[in-house]
Design a protein around this ligand. Structure first.
Ligand code: DC
Length: 224
């Protein structure tokens, strides 16, 4: 079974996907974290994003490992734990450019399909229902208004020490830029799959969002 969750930055899709994965006891794959990890690696190795050959050579050496310990997922790049590091503002600012590179997308989509092979899982990202798994069993498009998304992102950034609570306007601007880049890129832009169900999380608690998705999955599963 494949559950696809797409949506814009800070819409609450990660928290929802984690909750659904736990409730249904299925694997959670955060594809945004994978694009963040590549961005982190390219910056660390001082590789110019525009140098396609260098980017491709880097991808071929990439060692990315997700591991689940005590229900928390950690991400390791070349054996270093980068779970927290990929949430920094520097990565937020560069990840849209990296995730717009065709070769990066092809590489990631291949890995995502391999990871999901033969397992029940929930994948979250921007192109899961449209490109990675167009035949997913369930598709959701999670969204929220700009202000609440910016408030949520601000809290994340404050917690890693990258922003002050007074910087909501800056975060809102950065979020708009990222939404624009993610939606306007040439290769698999952020788009709702035609058959995806929209869930607006602006006025919903995370528990409600999880409950909604779990109920829909369980209802359909019972009918089949
Ligand atoms: O979900 P997130 O904010 O962690 O995603 C980080 C970036 O990765 C986002 O700006 C767009 C990109 N991304 C993508 O292009 N395709 C995906 N399936 C997931 C994320």
């Amino acid at each position: 079974m494949i559950v696809a969750i797409d949506g814009p930055a800070a819409s609450g899709k990660s928290t929802a996907a984690i909750g659904v994965a736990k409730a249904l006891n299925i694997t959670h794959i955060d594809t945004g974290a994978m694009y963040r990890a590549v961005t982190f690696g390219l910056i660390k190795n001082q590789i110019n994003f525009k140098n396609v050959e260098a980017v491709e050579a880097y991808l071929n050496t990439l060692e990315l490992k997700f591991s689940i310990k005590e229900k928390n997922t950690t991400l390791k790049l070349d054996n270093t734990d980068i779970t927290e590091k990929i949430r920094s503002n520097k990565i937020n600012k560069n990840v849209s450019e990296v995730s717009a590179i065709k070769i990066v997308r092809e590489f990631m989509v291949k890995i995502q399909r391999e990871m999901a092979k033969g397992t029940d899982c929930i994948l979250e990202g921007r192109d899961i229902g449209t490109v990675v798994f167009p035949n997913a069993d369930y598709k959701f498009f999670i969204t929220a208004n700009e202000k609440s998304r910016a408030e949520r992102r601000l809290m994340d950034l404050v917690s890693v020490g990258d922003k002050k609570v007074s910087e909501l306007d800056v975060v809102l601007d950065e979020l708009r830029v990222r939404d624009y880049k993610d939606s306007m890129r040439d290769y698999s832009p952020l788009k709702k799959a035609e058959d995806a169900l929209i869930i607006d999380t602006t006025h919903l608690t995370i528990n409600k969002v999880v409950e909604k998705i779990v109920n829909i999955v369980n209802q359909k599963r019972t009918l089949v």
